[in-house]
Write a protein that binds this ligand. Structure first.
Ligand code: FES
Ligand code: FES
Length: 140
């Protein structure tokens, strides 16, 4: 596969064996769903988090309609944010993801999709706080 010459083995690994692919129940009040698109290419990523009463991310699932780097970025972040607090997960920068996967500059927006998807999932989860009767404040 010629792609192997251009991509870091971590990207290939996450692309060939993506972790945490799937969906969580959108109607669960403890689940936040993020759905984002990349204006640069039209790719789409859905990322969902299940958060416990202490604001800790218990479960993460994703589905990506996109390139190998987008799939690898989302697979990587689902593993990375599991067990994290929503506050910490909300601070993850796409540059960290790109660095971890050694993405080339032209593929930076693919990791941006992952950052946006986490933020969007947390926002959705926060918007359900009234339903849960608890409010967590997210640092911008
Ligand atoms: Fe996104 Fe081709 S347009 S991978
Ligand atoms: Fe668009 Fe990768 S090329 S997300």
């Amino acid at each position: 596969l010629p792609a192997k010459r251009f991509y870091h083995e971590k990207v290939i690994d996450h692309y060939e064996n993506p972790r945490n692919v799937g969906s969580l129940d959108k109607k669960n009040i403890n689940v936040g769903t993020g759905l984002v698109g990349a204006p640069a290419c039209g790719d789409v990523m859905k990322l969902q988090i299940l958060v416990d009463d202490n604001g800790k991310i218990q479960e993460v699932k994703f589905k990506t309609f996109g390139c190998g780097s987008a799939i690898a970025s989302s697979s990587y972040v689902t593993e990375h944010i599991k067990g994290m607090s929503v506050l910490d997960a909300g601070k993850i920068k796409n540059t960290e993801i790109a660095k971890e996967l050694s993405l080339p500059p032209v593929k930076l927006h693919c990791s941006m999709l992952a950052e946006d998807a986490i933020k969007s999932a947390i926002k959705d989860w926060e918007s359900k706080s009234a339903l849960r009767g608890k409010k967590f404040v997210q640092a911008e």
